[in-house]
Design a protein around this ligand. Structure first.
Ligand code: Q46
Ligand code: ZN
Ligand code: ZN
Length: 321
């Protein structure tokens, strides 16, 4: 297989684009495509301050690398969840993220969840008995809250995440299976800013996972290969496998599925609801972030329960001693 641009040996063949490229032209293509998507979907401009949520994985680091090369004002945010699972997942991913930022002279904000809230994510899940043994719902809630908090407190207009097409298509597939209208309305590569919340964008949403992985590898980015230990058996992984089978038979099926959804939305599917959703928002009296019900938001209620249960646990331990 030869590179379409220069005729040298190709390192990647993208069947859905009928495009094979060598290393040099692939790296160039990936950066140029990202810029094209940023403009096409009106994600942000050179004057916007962008906060990139980085996990230490291939996608978020590839995104930060590309934005840096394109000259955007992009700083990083790493949220240390305190997840170790026997092999130091948080420890390793944090070290790789810090090294990535240091090598490029980039600004990285680190939120240390156990240091700030007195409990790791698995401990929070245990203390509040949420999530039936899996801390993912607590984790998602804390990550969302912390990203919004840092963006607001430090004045970032845009919050960027490294979600790729495989991630987005799997979420869409799950939401469609249950016709989860509330989620479908909000799903998309750009979620406009709302009072108290920065605009959320996913500049890599049109790249297949193997394309973001190829970019990170060919660029020589050191990232964490292991997934979070709690991701094992996740529904999203099963949906990705199903979609991969479809893609193997019909190259481009995943992209068509996702882009078709965006087009249908643009044409009016779910049109009346966003205003209704926006009209129902309230402000949390503790942290000031928007919430769907009056009173404290889900995050502040979680932290309150973590606190209460920690105190009870400490009193029990003191009495037992
Ligand atoms: S939600 Fe669950 Fe992930 Fe949090 S606990 Fe790990 S697998 S990191 S995307
Ligand atoms: Zn080439
Ligand atoms: Zn709150």
């Amino acid at each position: 297989m030869r590179c379409r641009k220069c005729g040298q040996k190709a390192v990647i063949n993208m069947r859905h684009h009928k495009l094979a490229l060598c290393k040099e032209h692939y790296l160039e293509w990936f950066v140029a495509q990202t810029e094209r998507f940023i403009k096409k979907y009106h994600m942000f401009g050179r004057d916007d301050k962008i906060l990139v949520a980085v996990s230490g994985g291939k996608d978020s680091l590839a995104l930060w690398d590309v934005l840096w090369r394109l000259g955007y004002q992009a700083d990083g945010l790493y949220i240390d969840l305190g997840i170790d699972g026997g092999f130091g997942y948080s420890h390793q991913s944090r070290a790789l993220t810090e090294a990535f930022a240091a090598e490029r002279g980039l600004t990285l904000h680190v939120v240390d969840v156990p240091g700030l809230y007195g409990a790791t994510i698995p401990e929070m899940a245990r203390l509040t008995q949420r999530g039936k043994g899996k801390p993912c719902s607590v984790c998602g809630l804390v990550k969302r809250h912390e990203m919004n908090r840092i963006a607001r407190d430090l004045g970032y207009q845009v919050l960027a995440t490294g979600h790729n097409l495989d991630d987005e298509a799997a979420v869409l597939f799950g939401n469609t299976l249950t016709w989860a209208a509330g989620y479908l309305i909000r799903q998309g590569p750009v979620l406009p800013a709302s009072p108290g919340l920065a605009r959320k964008v996913k500049p890599l949403f049109r790249f297949y996972e193997r394309e973001t992985a190829a970019y990170a590898l060919l660029r020589g980015i050191r990232y964490i290969y292991d997934e979070c230990p709690f991701s094992r058996g996740a529904k999203s992984i099963y949906y990705k496998q199903l979609l991969n089978k479809l893609e193997a038979d019909r190259p481009g099926a995943k992209l068509q599925f996702y882009l078709g959804f965006l087009k249908a939305k643009q044409e009016g599917l779910f049109a009346p609801q966003p205003q209704e959703v926006a009209a129902q928002m309230h402000t949390c009296p503790v942290c000031g972030q928007p919430t769907t019900a009056p009173g404290k938001c889900a995050f502040c209620r979680l932290i309150e329960r973590v606190e209460e249960n920690r105190q009870t646990r400490n009193t029990d331990a003191a009495q037992a001693a």
